[in-house]
Write a protein that binds this ligand. Structure first.
Ligand SMILES: *Cc1c(COP(=O)(O)O)cnc(C)c1O
Length: 399
């Protein structure tokens, strides 16, 4: 079989074999409904309760503050929409950032249609929010601030602790989308001072379709699904028992080798960044050089179409992304790349490579060689590059 190198771990990850092993009995044998009163159901209930408490311990939360959802998208929607509804009498202003995942930004746009006012904080050229911009934007009627912890496209890590403190000083709640950062950055909800936090299992080698929302005790919220009394009456629906068991197991594994794994990813990440910046002409790194997720790399190549780059890499067995999976298919460049000041032209030439502990140095060497070759080939066919060589066009990386 031809070589395959998966460098799209920010889109999703493979389930760890031990995670699958932990889940299987809950499909075949222990399939009871946790709401059933007989022993068979009650065992499932006990097992998800135990899983909940292990997950809570990994982020220094109280068991009762973890609510299972169908993934990051649901957690983000819940955090924004239910909080807006529960606090609308206090105020109708919400603050988020210009670089959120669509699960947040599209929820925010929907809330605007419902009569809420939303401020989108800008980021600097490296994708970082200056806390002073939050201080300047926050108002008496601000009820919620929601800022992504580790960005899914450019890996930028935000000063969540400082931002949350500003929100609290002004009486607003603070939510963070930690879908990319959990298992890559230590998460302690007390230390960060967040009121709500979203996570999704399939980004850390757990199954798809399961995640959680941490909601600190005392935060007023609304039921997100209406029906049965599951999740302390806040999220109806029969629990995804195998998913919950799998998510807890995946987080256990990720946290057990946290230091070693993230150090390994970081070393590979930096090796990839340094070699590409040194060996390819007219390329820029998107996102902060060090304040970034340990597994995220994002480049923009001048005079190249990201889609062509992806296709050429795919022909060589390399799977990557030109921005975010959700954004591809649309012709608009990613809002995140525009927010850091890239022109449409250079934003279109972007490539995200996201690593995992399974990525080897050999994979990275092979990928660097492929990038070098493909970039040269594509530029040979680029009229823009031709113009540039003839001095008719300048480099246009940043507006
Ligand atoms: C993947 C992702 C989501 C959505 O999570 P799903 O479980 O796929 O719904 C939300 N936010 C960020 C930052 C993500 O990377």
């Amino acid at each position: 079989m031809a070589r395959q190198i998966y460098l799209d771990n920010a889109a999703t990850t493979g389930v760890h074999p031990e995670v699958l092993d932990a889940m299987v009995p809950y499909f075949l044998e222990d399939y009871g409904n946790p709401s059933s009163l007989y022993e068979f159901g009650q065992q499932a209930k006990a097992d998800i309760t135990e899983a909940r408490s292990r997950i809570a311990a990994h982020i220094n939360a109280t068991d009762r503050d973890i609510y299972f959802t169908a993934g990051g998208t649901e957690s983000d929607n819940w955090a924004l929409k239910a909080t807006a509804d529960a606090y609308k009498d206090k105020g109708r202003h919400i603050i988020t950032s210009a670089i959120e995942h669509h699960a947040i930004s599209h929820s925010a746009e929907w809330l605007e249609k419902q009569g809420f006012e939303v401020t989108y904080l800008p980021v600097d050229s490296e994708g970082i929010i200056d806390p002073a911009t939050l201080e300047a934007a926050i108002r008496e009627d601000t009820i919620l601030v929601s800022i992504i912890h580790g960005n899914n496209e450019i890996g930028a890590l935000q000063p969540i602790k400082e931002l949350a403190a500003i929100a609290h000083a002004h009486g607003a709640l603070f939510h963070t989308d930690a879908v990319q950062s959990i298992a890559h950055v230590p998460i302690d909800v007390e230390e960060l001072g967040v009121d709500m936090l979203s996570a999704s299992a399939h980004k850390f080698h757990g199954p798809k379709g399961i995640g959680f929302l941490y909601i600190r005790k005392g935060v007023r919220t609304r039921s997100f699904e209406h029906g049965g009394a599951q999740e302390r009456k806040r999220r109806a629906g029969t629990e995804n028992v195998p998913g919950i068991i799998g998510m807890a197991k995946a987080l256990d594994i990720a946290m057990a080798n946290f230091e070693q794994r993230t150090a390994y990813e970081l070393e590979l990440r930096d090796y990839l960044i340094e070699r590409v910046l040194a060996e390819v002409e007219h390329v820029r790194l998107n996102g902060h050089r060090t304040k970034r997720l340990s597994n995220n790399v994002n480049f923009s190549f001048e005079f190249i179409e990201g889609e062509s780059l992806l296709l050429s890499l795919e022909q060589r067995g390399i799977m990557a992304s030109s921005g975010s999976a959700c954004a591809s298919g649309s012709l608009d460049p990613s809002h995140v790349l525009l927010a850091i000041g890239l022109t449409h032209e250079i934003a279109h030439g972007s490539l995200r490579l996201s690593l995992s502990e399974k990525t080897t140095r050999d994979d990275i060497d092979y990928t660097i060689d492929a990038i070098k070759e493909v970039v040269v080939n594509l530029r040979k066919m680029s009229p823009l590059y031709e113009d540039f060589l003839q001095g008719k066009k300048a480099i246009s990386a940043v507006k």
